[in-house]
Design a protein around this ligand. Structure first.
Ligand code: NIG
Ligand code: FE
Length: 396
């Protein structure tokens, strides 16, 4: 397939967005065979049947690198409680929060979980998402954690989207282990990681006062390393716990949230190649006031990704375009940083080198937009300009 007369945001060519005006893009099978200015299209492709995109923008297919879209129930009651003055941490300590979704998820069948998750996956796919990370973490016992991972994998079979799973049993201490976090890690988190190895692409954790400390997460990360699994971490969201530095020490793919991260954390992450994942949906929902240290990440050269964090509590957001808008308005990312954050840097946050840019050899995961300039993608709110979506070379 050959696409012509497209504006290409390649993130591979030099300049802002790696923009190529009046570009062409050739696809062979699942891969991009060639991308560049139409005037330079190699002879082999000339005269081939082509789809004229009429000047539309083509970007790499979007990548949502941090979601919790598999869950039971909802938490609208907690939304009301927070509006009446309760904080996220107070609700969590009183047995609500993640604990409330754990109760609902344990009770939900695989089909019920799948049905709910598909509606959220479809919303993301409808905005040009072609790769989607999905976490477990609302089971906190073997059966439900594995059920969540199976549901996540089924989404990738049922929909034209690549799913990457993260095992997040170290999300909260379940009620049956109340006050015994270390035992929970030894008896559940690590053994279930071994049991579910074939369903897991990466291991995640929540390093926070209401969850696990750095020593506990360190043990989870050591277990992941022994299985050859990469790690990532919810770090420095509500307080500074040392999670970002821990993630960097373990060569984590990403550290996520990071509202309370420091310039030292940024330096450690840069040295380790750990991506900083910005989750403005959670910042917005919790009415946080401390934004992540974006300038420190820029200064240190830490790649920044942007994700929805779609979950029933802190970020009931199933729109990656809206997350891009929030990252710009709330965190002052540039529209170019926001688009890099859902393409090239999001791919890095998942350890995927074969996508996120438009270049020969990359997967042909593309989004075609009815916009003139790439900044338009982050600029509008609730306004989806997707024209077409191509997953592994197939329009769908
Ligand atoms: O990424 N920070 C921890 N985990 C989720 C919230 C999950 C929930 O509240 O259900 C997050 O924000
Ligand atoms: Fe999260």
């Amino acid at each position: 397939m050959l696409y012509t007369h497209a504006r290409l945001a390649t993130f591979a060519a030099p300049g802002r967005y790696g923009l190529v005006e009046d570009g062409a893009l050739a696809v062979e099978g699942e891969r991009i065979a060639w991308a560049g200015p139409l005037a330079e299209l190699p002879q082999a492709w000339r005269g081939q049947e082509a789809e004229d995109l009429g000047g539309r923008l083509v970007t790499p297919g979007l990548i949502d690198c941090h979601t919790h879209i598999v869950f039971g129930g909802h938490r609208a009651d907690e939304f009301e409680m927070r509006l009446e003055g309760a904080s996220y941490e107070e609700i969590a300590r009183a047995g609500g929060g993640i604990g409330s979704t754990v109760r609902a998820t344990r009770l939900a069948s695989e089909d019920v979980l799948l049905e709910g998750a598909l509606t959220r996956a479809d919303a993301l796919i409808g905005e040009g998402v072609t790769t989607l990370e999905i976490k477990s973490g609302y089971g906190l016992e073997a059966e439900t954690e594995l059920r969540m991972l199976r549901v996540a994998r089924r989404i990738g079979e049922l929909r034209p989207v690549t799913v990457r799973t993260s095992y997040l049993a170290a999300h909260a201490v379940p009620p049956e282990y109340s006050g015994r976090a270390d035992a929970y890690i030894d008896e559940i988190v690590i053994p279930v990681m071994h049991e579910g190895r074939g369903l897991i692409d990466a291991v995640d954790g929540f390093c926070e006062g209401i969850a696990f400390d750095t020593a506990q997460i360190g043990r989870v990360f050591d277990a992941a390393a022994s299985l050859g699994l990469p790690v990532k971490l919810h770090a420095e969201q509500l307080s500074h716990m040392g999670g970002a530095a821990l993630a960097a020490r373990h060569g984590a793919l990403s550290a996520d949230h990071l509202e309370h991260a420091s310039a030292e954390d940024a330096a450690a992450m840069a040295a380790a190649g750990t991506v900083a994942v910005m989750l403005p949906g959670a910042y917005y929902t919790l009415r946080d006031t401390q934004a992540p240290p974006v300038q420190a990440f820029r200064d240190a050269g830490v790649p920044m990704a942007v994700a929805t964090d779609c979950n029933p509590g802190s970020s009931p957001l199933a729109s990656l375009l809206t997350a891009m808008n929030m990252a710009c308005t709330l965190f002052r990312l540039t529209p170019e940083e926001a688009l890099a954050g859902v393409t090239v840097h999001a791919a890095k946050a998942l350890g995927l080198a074969d996508r996120g840019t438009l270049a020969a050899g990359q997967r042909a995961d593309l989004a075609v937009w009815d916009v003139e300039t790439p900044a338009e993608l982050a600029y509008r709110i609730g306004w989806n300009p997707l024209h077409a979506r191509i997953h592994g070379g197939t329009k769908c």
